[in-house]
Design a protein around this ligand. Structure first.
Ligand SMILES: *Cc1c(COP(=O)(O)O)cnc(C)c1O
Length: 222
């Protein structure tokens, strides 16, 4: 696994340099859904700093063992009734996709006296099976969400369709970057900078298109 992590880091570095970016500014979020706690602990010993989970129960369980040795990211679909579990553990919630969840996060974060970092999930490719805000509704969603307290909106996230050749989804990543830049230009969020995009099959293309966080699971744990 040490080799796999090194290999992924190397690929991140090369993709960043290729496109004139500083590799140290790209956060590798190791998505641990394929790993049990023991495997994840070993991976952390090999230098992983950021770990993602897509299920609240798993996040709680793994956090119980690893505590604050890593930064935690919640990347899965977040139901309102699971918000309570995720808040207080996840530094970033990548997958905000509805107002009701935003209010629930706000309420819980407020009670803990903290501000929750979130990214808005966008269904760039408009796939029916995928969740996320439709691109056409993003601006109005953002206008609404700026009014919710205790949220720090840090950027956008997307899942690209699964394709054989990652070049096919380059346009998806480019579109997300454009949406981020458009929103930033309108100045509605002060800390709006992150683009969470790219997984095992397509993270290099995503980095070339401006990803600041890549969510990699299988290339590390499988
Ligand atoms: C599983 C998962 C990933 C990682 O996928 P791999 O293809 O295994 O790298 C990234 N993001 C989300 C939301 C996931 O559920």
């Amino acid at each position: 696994m040490k080799k796999k992590i090194e290999k992924v880091r190397e690929r991140i570095t090369r993709a960043a340099l290729r496109s004139g970016k500083d590799p140290s500014e790209i956060i590798l979020v190791a998505v641990a859904k394929y790993a049990n706690v023991e495997l994840l602990e070993r991976a952390v010993e090999f230098g992983l700093t950021d770990v993602g989970e897509n299920r609240a129960d798993q996040l709680v369980e793994k956090h119980r063992v690893l505590g604050d040795r890593v930064r935690w990211h919640f990347v899965g679909h977040l139901q309102s009734n699971k918000v309570k579990k995720v808040i207080g553990i996840a530094e970033y919630i990548h997958s905000l996709d509805r107002m009701s969840t935003a209010w629930e996060i706000s309420k819980r974060a407020g009670k803990l006296g903290r501000t929750q970092k979130v990214l808005i999930e966008v269904n760039v490719a408009q796939e029916e099976t995928k969740i996320g805000i439709a691109p056409g509704e993003l601006y109005s969603f953002c206008q609404e969400i700026v009014q919710v307290p205790h949220l720090d909106i840090c950027g956008l996230m997307t899942l690209a369709p699964l394709v054989e050749d990652p070049e096919e989804v380059r346009g998806v990543f480019r579109d997300l970057r454009q949406m981020r830049d458009d929103l930033a230009a309108r100045g509605i969020f002060p800390n709006f900078s992150h683009l969470s995009m790219g997984m095992t099959n397509d993270f290099e293309v995503a980095i070339e298109e401006g990803a600041t966080m890549v969510r990699v699971g299988s290339a590390i744990f499988c």
